[in-house]
Ligand binder design. Structure first.
Ligand code: ADP
Length: 712
């Protein structure tokens, strides 16, 4: 080695020495074949040992973290086995409060030039700081991972959410002027995939129904201005189907109020819309149904009106039928009664006492039958609402006396005492006197009828100024009415016991009629009754007590005299008022034309009138009557109304129109079975002078004729 070479080596050794002793970060140690330190540089000594110099001779693995020891032993062993090949390991050593991290390169070397490997050269440096950084990195990585996981989780949730609901979440970037996100529901609502949208942004607006497009675009402008929007529009899908979208946009702004993005929620409300439309349709159907129902109801009500009309017509027909029936029944009855009356009046020769009795009975039965017909007619008329009452001021005692007179005979026959009391005396009531009498006669005849011989009955009238009522009480000490039958006695044709009806003649119509008549007067009927003790029937009628003296019409004192077939008195005793022709009677010079289609009536009347001394001409119908009138010039005409061919009314009109003035003024008396109300006036209007209803009372007929022919 030259001197220059020797100097260069010495310099290198110096440098190396300097490096070994001064470097603070590079640790150098030499370990022998036993693993003991045979050299440590000062930096190593300082970092690995508390006291300098103590490390030499120490078994190297004991100076490091126990877990790393096998690693060091193995590395050293390998260095001896494969000299010259460096082995890298990281070793840790616990120092106060921390762990010292070091990276090492171990290499087996020989101490002499050609000697075997007898030591390991270890070169290391401190990586504690780097490791701390690495740890921090790891930690942050872990955190990031966690955050990522959380994000992923929330993303998953979001995805699950957006994938499964028919709501499109979208986000647009204002700067880019494009949609940067749309959730999968977009495809369902728009009929285009999200990818298609990303590719061709126009799809969004293009798909909106032309009529709604402007509305939707105006929302985009508002969003850019930082305003929240809410729009409903229709989307037309490529296949033409329509979806209804409710789209809301929420601008996201930076701190300076610039709109960065707009987040939106587009809800597909098609189903709701369809449901609403369906409901609307249902509603319409319902309305239609209601309309239809209304129409049906209207039709029904029209039908009702129609059937009401029919009912009214039927009622009118019933009325007419009743009038006809009454006529038909009265006509033969007229014959029977008139003939009986005529017989009793010795029209056909003197009647023996033996003959008189059955004749009386025939007449009595006939009159009874007549009263029944009248009752039926009255009840039917009330039912049909056709019975009208004519109210007038009526002195109560007059009506009562007239009624009592009508039952007096039967009562006397049964040796009954019938009393009467009234308070206040002179009491005047507004009533239809004929109908009021009908009520009282019905009640009184029942009282007399259902009271045994020698019993008591009576009539009490009490005016109550406070209550403004008059109560007519008809009482008796008779057989009474069993409680279980009391409910029904006002029903037509109700009789308590059939036995009674046999032993006590009647129709069961009297009370029905009486109660209806009381109601027509604005009043009512009530009663109290005990079997074997008697009954009390109270008729309560409205009463306006007069302060001064009331001008009552002349009392119908002889009411019963005028009692025609209209009386409802069931057991009305028939006492013929007809007397045999008087010597003082009208000289029988007058001629009478009788127009009557019923042969029996015609016969009886003719016989009677002839017996009375009149000349009688018979006509069977109107035209015969007209003809006879013109040819025979009668002094008086008795004209029946219902006749075949020309009826009575026409005949009267024709007679009144005759050119012969004297003949045209001939007195005409109408004879008719038309018992319906208003009939009288109707006939008088046609030109008749008088009116007699059938069945005729011959005495009345005689009286009536006398009035006209006497005036000749
Ligand atoms: P009629 O007397 O023609 O049978 P009413 O209608 O007048 O018909 O009476 C109905 C029924 O009421 C009678 O049949 C009778 O049974 C009962 N009745 C009415 N008044 C009395 C009375 N004063 N006492 C006992 N029973 C009576």
């Amino acid at each position: 080695m030259s001197r220059a070479q020797q100097r260069a080596v010495a310099h290198e050794e110096q440098l190396l020495q300097h490096l070994l002793t001064t470097s603070e970060n590079i640790y150098i140690a030499v370990v022998d074949a036993d693993g003991r330190y045979i050299y440590v540089n000062p930096a190593f000594d300082k970092r690995f040992n508390a006291t300098a110099g103590e490390l030499l001779g120490t078994y190297a693995p004991t100076t490091i973290l126990a877990e790393d020891r096998p690693k060091l032993v193995e590395a050293v062993t390998r260095c001896f086995a494969a000299p010259g090949i460096p082995i890298r390991i990281t070793l840790r050593k616990p120092v106060i409060h921390e762990i010292l991290w070091t990276d090492w390169e171990l290499i087996g070397v020989a101490s002499s030039e050609r000697g075997t490997v007898d030591r390991v050269l270890c070169t290391g440096f401190d990586i504690t700081r780097q490791h701390a950084m690495y740890d921090a990195l790891l930690a942050s990585q872990a955190e990031q991972k966690e955050a990522l996981a959380a994000l992923e989780e929330s993303n998953t949730r979001f995805e699950q959410l957006v994938n499964h609901i028919d709501v499109t979440f979208w986000m647009s970037d204002t700067a880019l002027g494009r949609v940067i996100y749309a959730s999968p529901a977009f495809a369902k609502s728009w009929g285009h995939t999200v990818e298609e949208l990303y590719e061709r942004q126009e799809i969004f607006v293009e798909s909106i129904h032309p009529d709604d497009r402007q509305l939707a675009v105006s929302a985009l402008i508002e969003q850019e201005q930082g305003r929240q929007t809410e729009r409903e529009y229709r989307v037309v899908q490529p296949d033409g189907s329509i979806r209804y979208i409710w789209d809301r946009g929420f601008p996201i702004m930076d701190t300076e109020g610039r709109v960065l993005r707009v987040a939106g929620i587009a809800t597909d409300i098609t189903d709701i819309k369809l449901a609403a439309a369906h409901i609307r349709q249902l509603n319409e159907t319902l309305e239609q149904r209601v309309e239809q129902r209304t129409l049906e109801l209207r039709r029904t009500s029209e039908q009702l009106v129609e059937s009401n009309r029919e009912l009214e017509w039927a009622a009118r027909m019933k009325d007419e039928f009743l009038a006809n029936v009454s006529h038909e029944l009265r006509t033969p009855l007229t014959g029977i009664l008139a003939l009986t009356e005529a017989l009793l009046a010795n029209t056909y020769g003197a009647i023996s006492d033996v003959q008189q009795r059955p004749l009386n009975m025939i007449e009595e039965s006939g009159r009874h039958l007549l009263s029944l017909i009248n009752d039926v007619l009255d009840v039917a008329k009330v039912q049909a609402g056709k019975l009208e009452i004519e109210l007038e001021a009526v002195p109560a005692d007059d009506v009562c006396m007239a009624s009592l007179r009508l039952v007096r005979e039967v009562a006397t026959r049964k040796r009954q005492q019938v009393s009467f009391a009234i308070e206040p005396i002179g009491l005047v009531i507004r009533a239809d006197s004929r109908r009021l009498k009908q009520i009282l006669v019905n009640l009184l005849s029942n009282a007399v009828k259902f009271t045994p011989e020698g019993g008591q009955a009576g009539l009490i009238v009490r005016g109550d100024p406070q209550q403004k009522t008059v109560t007519f009480t008809v009482w008796d000490k008779g057989i009474g009415i069993p409680e279980e039958r009391q409910q029904t006695i006002f029903e037509p044709f109700t009789q308590v016991q059939s036995d009674f009806s046999r032993s006590y003649a009647g129709t069961g119509l009297g009370l029905a009629l009486a109660s209806r008549l009381a109601i027509l007067h604005g009043g009512s009927i009530s009663f109290e009754s005990k079997v074997d003790q008697g009954s009390k029937f109270h008729v309560v009628l409205p009463w306006a007590p007069s302060t001064g003296k009331e001008a009552a019409p002349p009392a119908a004192s002889s009411a019963e005299d005028h009692q025609t077939g209209e009386s409802s008195l069931h057991s009305l005793p028939a006492t013929s008022s007809l007397r045999p022709p008087q010597e003082t009677a009208q000289p029988a010079t007058a001629s009478i034309l009788l127009a009557e289609d019923n042969p029996v009536t015609s016969r009886v009347v003719t016989d009677f009138l002839v017996a009375q001394g009149f000349t009688v001409m018979q006509a069977k119908d109107g035209s015969e009557a007209l003809h006879l009138a013109e040819t025979c010039h009668p002094d008086l005409i008795l004209m029946d109304i219902q006749m075949p061919g020309m009826d009575g009314v026409t005949a009267i009109r024709r007679i009144r129109a005759l050119p012969d003035k004297a003949l045209a003024r001939v007195p005409i008396i109408v004879l008719t079975a038309h018992a319906m109300q208003g009939a009288r006036e109707q006939f008088l209007q046609t030109g008749a002078d008088g009116y007699l209803s059938k069945p005729l009372r011959l005495a009345e007929l005689r009286k009536c004729i006398g009035e006209y022919v006497l005036h000749r």
